[in-house]
Design a protein around this ligand. Sequence first.
Ligand code: ATP
Length: 446
Amino acid sequence: MTADEAAATAVNQAKDDLMERIVNLCKRRGFIFPSAEIYGGFRSTYDYGPLGVLMLRNVKDAWWRTIVQERDEVVGIDAAILSSPRIWEASGHLDTFTDPLVDCRNCHERWREDQIAGRCPACGSADLTEARPFNLLFQTHAGPLEDEGAVAYLRPETAQGMFVNFQNVLQVTRKRPPFGIAQVGKSFRNEITPGNFVFRTREFEQMELEYFVPPAEADRWFAYWSEQRLEWYKALGIPASKLRMRVHEEEELSHYSAGTVDVEFAFPWGWGELEGIANRTDYDLKAHARASGVRLEYYDPESEERFVPYVIEPAAGATRSMMAFLLAAYGEDEVGGETRTVLRLHPRLAPYTVAVLPLSKKEPLLSYAREVLAELQPCFMCDFDVTQSIGRRYRRQDEIGTPWCITVDFESIEDHAVTIRDRDTTGQERVPVEDLVAELSRRLRS
Ligand code: ATP
């Protein structure tokens, strides 16, 4: 082995290690479990445990805050997962939502052609069939009859819920372009090869914004949202060096898109998409107007003009970005001569914002610590831990990313003050209990 090869092997080893460490941590601490584990698991599906459900919710809340709460021209909806198949006929998904499927003639595994380099990843054979389109829609039947008329599909994206509700939303909100409709929820795709932990699963969560604009302004808004979305990941703690924007080539574009750029993250195995920002033009509204016979357009009462808005769509994965946030946050360092594992998650994303740790289990300390906890619980997601040494308890919180530990000691009962210990600096500061909520809120905002 040459020195270069040895170095490359070491780098690959470190990357495999990182993935393995994250997967282990997720399982051990209750972020993500393989689904149906007692039955041997089920085809790359996962369940989110006590910490995972908190973190995933925080990812979605952070998105909702930026996209809906902090903007007055964007509103949210929550559309049905099971709906009329006519939606998928009109949107083009029934015909064109396909990936190229190839079979290995040697070992009979099936692969997505664009993900393998002409060889079967399982056995190495180059004897592959011609690629044929494989539709990713999950089909089911609505109602007790399994006949043709009962066929329905699980939605493969949340976007269509916004298009078919365009007229409803316009009427009730009286918005005018540019305005947006946002949605967070589950989507389903019968992926040929799910994998890389929760990067690609058949059931996953999306966070999508459909931003309706006057056609002449589409390019400007496309550039605007591309930049905004990149900044969102940075603001939540992913270093710029682990992010990049990748513009889609002409032949790569989806059937509806006049331009797409992906926000990509440096996953341990290489660059992978976190989010796609697409100029969907007026494709979807026109397609649904044609198929339904309902006008889907904006009428401007001032200019007395009608037009079909263009749509700029930032479409992100909640489960996939949660994984990126975990990977970017993972670290090991030395504190007091001991190695610690630390998740340097943005405080808004950490499962627990605060952990309340009484120095001892003895009374009246325990009761006082519970009072402090009760003070914080209405404002923050809190953990409460009384077992083992305080050092051990700090380590446990570091490992799950809790940004602040509140230590309640015997003096606290006298001076009504506690210590805030910072995850990243391990620095400690004494704060009056009555200022605690304000101080933690301030830290959370800054
Ligand atoms: P890919 O090329 O990776 O299959 P895509 O370009 O088809 O993804 P979009 O349709 O743009 O993905 O979906 C928007 C986002 O939804 C993606 O950027 C990703 O974060 C998320 N997503 C899509 N498919 C999956 C999946 N199978 N598992 C987890 N997240 C997914």
